[in-house]
Design a protein around this ligand. Structure first.
Ligand code: 13P
Ligand code: ZN
Ligand code: NA
Length: 255
């Protein structure tokens, strides 16, 4: 039988490691993550011993479809809404998902993209607020909280990531008390030591997209003109990135 996303995160909490959630866009991507997870005997988020998670659900109709289609878990992304709207949106999906026994992740605060070009003040205004998070968790009954502590989708500035680890510590205290898993988006570009610190501070799921995507393109630039060879090389390149992350997250050998 299939393991649930909820169980993966509970196991990670017990074991003090984190689960990699890898975004994929084509069959080679799926194969690369599955191959790496199998080779490393690691759980991961996508498929058996992997679970499949619907990432960044910004529309209710898309999320309803994901629940119908048999995804193991969903992320309700109401981060573009006001707090009140985000609560109502997240709540409406979480009650339906929970009726199916599925895990619900939601985001509070707003994740910046590396292309957003925000000032430091604007970044800070988007951080997850601990008091708001408490109310949000109580109102929505979510299982996992994606936090904004200076993490960004895509590239970090040349000066490197500047994560607010004291805020992460406070959010961890809250989520531990509430039995909610801590999620960090934007894991591409985080140095190894910082990832380890985040795990030590309770992050149990890291979302990884850009590094896997870029490895595919890099491999295409290098590989020859034979389609089968091109696909195989691209898959190997992605697999190598995923394998490295599974070790870094500490999930290798934990399936
Ligand atoms: P990165 O592209 O920075 O890895 O972010 C991935 C992500 O958060 C997907 O939801
Ligand atoms: Zn994300
Ligand atoms: Na990133």
């Amino acid at each position: 039988s299939r393991i649930s996303t909820k169980q993966l995160l509970l196991n990670a909490e017990k074991g003090g490691y984190a689960i990699g959630a890898f975004n994929v866009y084509n069959l080679e991507g799926v194969e690369a993550v599955v191959a790496a997870a199998e080779a490393e005997n690691s759980p991961a988020i996508l498929q058996v011993p992997i679970t499949v998670h619907y990432d960044h659900g910004t529309s209710k109709s898309d999320l309803l479809q994901a629940l119908e289609m048999g995804f193991d878990s969903v992320m309700v992304d109401g981060s573009h809404l006001t707090l009140g709207e985000n609560i109502l949106y997240t709540k409406s999906i979480s009650s339906l998902a929970h009726a199916k026994g599925l895990l619900v992740e939601a985001e509070l605060g707003r994740l910046s993209g590396s292309e957003d070009g925000l000032t430091v003040e604007e970044y800070k205004a988007r951080f997850t607020d601990v008091a708001q998070a408490e109310g949000f968790i109580d109102e929505t009954s979510i299982d996992a909280l994606a936090v904004c502590i200076g993490n960004v989708h895509g590239k970090y500035p040349p000066s490197g990531p500047n994560l607010k680890l004291d805020l992460l510590k406070d959010l961890r205290a809250l989520t531990l008390k509430k039995g909610v898993s801590l999620v960090l988006h934007g894991a591409s570009g985080l140095p190894r030591e910082l990832v380890q610190e985040c795990i030590d501070l309770g992050v149990r799921k890291f979302n990884v997209n850009t590094e896997v995507r870029n490895s595919y393109l890099e491999s295409l630039k290098k590989s020859g003109k034979d389609l089968i060879q091109v696909m195989a090389s691209a898959k190997e390149a992605m697999k190598a990135v995923v394998t490295e992350k599974l070790h870094l997250f500490g999930s290798a050998g934990k399936a």
